[in-house]
Design a protein around this ligand. Structure first.
Ligand code: MN
Length: 229
């Protein structure tokens, strides 16, 4: 009998983020993102101070691993940078209590949530979804992941463009902290190893153009650097 092929075409490659000090990489399952998780950024976006943070998502293959540049996406004239602490999930859990949430954390990375701000503003006006404004190809640059146990990063989070500082804040200023983000996400999705959570950006977001050099860092976690091409 003829053996059936397993797939009708080659399956897509697994998206991988490197891990510092490890030969093996972190296989990415999906990317969740927190919106409006810093009060000053919520204000610059025109949000109400009482609005709680919320989640949206990007596909795993939107990831831009370190050492790669990000192509300026089509269909936008206002691409924005958002520097963010990224949580790398290494355990599984649903409805995880805040007190147990850190047990799911494998480590942390530095990420940029690239955003088609013009499309996002139009979507907000019409009550449309954010997929095209947030989840486009190459919209999630990331550094190497740093394995981490214990108290989450609390220090400086900053981004510069062509050497000029645009965003400069403190991770400790997040509205939902790391255990709260993991617990909240696990109420909505069963978290599993390979999930990444971009935790929201502080104030100072702004536009990028082709040729810009974007450099970001989170104190204690690492740095990332890429060009818009
Ligand atoms: Mn963001």
């Amino acid at each position: 009998m003829r053996r059936m092929a397993e797939y009708v075409f080659a399956p897509p490659p697994v998206t991988v983020a490197p891990v510092e000090g490890q030969a093996g990489g972190f296989p990415v399952r999906r990317i969740l993102c927190v919106g409006r998780n810093y009060a000053a950024h919520r204000r610059e976006m025109g949000g109400d101070d009482r609005d709680p943070p919320f989640f949206f998502a990007k596909p795993a293959d939107a990831l831009v691993p370190p050492g790669r540049d990000a192509e300026y996406p089509p269909r936008t004239a206002n691409l924005h940078h958002e520097i963010e602490l990224v949580i790398a999930i290494g355990g599984a859990g649903a409805d995880v209590p805040v007190g147990n949430a850190l047990a799911l954390v494998y480590g942390y990375a530095v990420g940029v949530d690239l955003t088609r701000r013009d499309l996002q503003n139009a979507a907000k006006d019409k009550g449309h979804p954010w997929d095209a404004s947030k989840g486009f190809d190459q919209s999630a640059p990331i550094s190497a992941i740093r394995a981490w146990k214990g108290a989450p990063p609390q220090g400086r989070i900053a981004l510069s463009v062509n050497g000029a500082v645009r965003q400069d804040a403190t991770v400790a200023d997040m509205i939902w902290n790391v255990p709260e983000i993991v617990a909240e996400a696990s109420k909505l999705w069963a978290l599993a190893p390979g999930d990444l959570i971009y935790t929201g950006t502080p104030e100072g977001v702004g536009p990028l153009v082709r040729g810009d050099l974007v450099e970001g860092e989170v104190e204690g976690v690492g740095k990332l650097s890429f060009r818009i091409v």
